[in-house]
Ligand binder design. Sequence first.
Ligand SMILES: Nc1nc2c(c(=O)[nH]1)N[C@H]1C(S)=C(S)[C@@H](COP(=O)(O)O)O[C@H]1N2
Ligand SMILES: [Mo]
Length: 382
Amino acid sequence: MREGLVPRRRFLQLLAAGSVVAARFPSAEARQAIIKQAPPELFVTSGSNLEMRWEALYNRGYIVPNELFFVRNNSPVVPRLDPATWRLQLGGSGLSRPRSFTYDEILGMPSVSVIRAIECAGNGRSFFQATHGKKIPGTPWRLGGIGVAEWTGVPFREVLDRAGVTPRAREVMPEGADTLHIKRSIPIEKAMADDTLLVYAMNGHPLPPDHGFPARMLVPGWVGVAHVKWVSRCEVSEQPLYSDYNTKRYVLIGPDYEARPPAMGPVLTTQKVKSAFELPWNGEVRSGQQLLRGRSWSGEGTITRVDVSLDGGQAWRQARLREPNIELAWARWDLDWDARPGTPSLQARATDSNGNTQPDRVPLNEEGYSYWAVVSHPVTVK
Ligand SMILES: Nc1nc2c(c(=O)[nH]1)N[C@H]1C(S)=C(S)[C@@H](COP(=O)(O)O)O[C@H]1N2
Ligand SMILES: [Mo]
């Protein structure tokens, strides 16, 4: 028998029990919130969301492999779309030749690959509890609502050009085929940028179902919700386009923010600068000389500097930035650390090429978005 093959008799038993068929051909009735495996050493599971554990990145490379990439699903079920019948339909006042594309047509177009981050707007939400004493409803992300991958697809500009985008087109609103039909508009300039893609492959594999198979948007630097998964329709308009996702949600609401009708507050666009240590949260670290590692990222450029404090913010040392340092992705950094037994509070403060430096505190907003202040990471050194 060849290695890796199930013996024939065992295979027939499995077939009779239905498990082979179920595993390989999930039926339309198999309504799953997440398709991929979520072992507890890689993820914290929260409803239909998977938060990446930062310690799982230690000793890995620059890219987050597909099996470790976080998942954020607003809808309760992952749509299972058939690429043979899937279409991307484009319409609206900003197009002179509205049309649809098949999966094969998309695959047959000139493609590009880019390395970019996708990060949830709510990443860091749980820290509002410590700084503002407020428990905010929604997924209680620490800092694992981000990942960096190599995305392959078609420049969205090419898709728009083939649908006859007009010089008066102003906004573009892709829409997903999930239960909630998530849709979120972006300005035409962003839709036409070199690295805004209609993505069909992730780290060299067809886009996994959890991440939007057969196709999703990549809108580098922008809040996660703009990277619409399972994209099946797209409106292109000469007028501003609104949905719940740029009027009621993914907007900043609170005493420090003014309403911008029809939006309840300033609409979230690019992500600010943040940092995380590749360590277990509130976990144990062995004492002694070691490399302390982390990563910093920004939706507005590259990382230019990272300072680290090992004593809760009194003394600061500059960390060494490692290559590559790709814009709108992240930079890895490290620092020599002589860890002494105790419970130090580790902090990292990054600056990006747009001049943003992580502040000590950010104002509260009702939905807990954009927590980009310096975070105190608790560990126990034994
Ligand atoms: N259709 C659709 N697209 C979606 C979502 C969704 O729920 N439905 N979630 C969005 C949000 S809020 C985020 S943060 C990213 C997460 O992408 P990922 O699950 O591939 O990590 O997808 C975005 N695209
Ligand atoms: Mo998100």
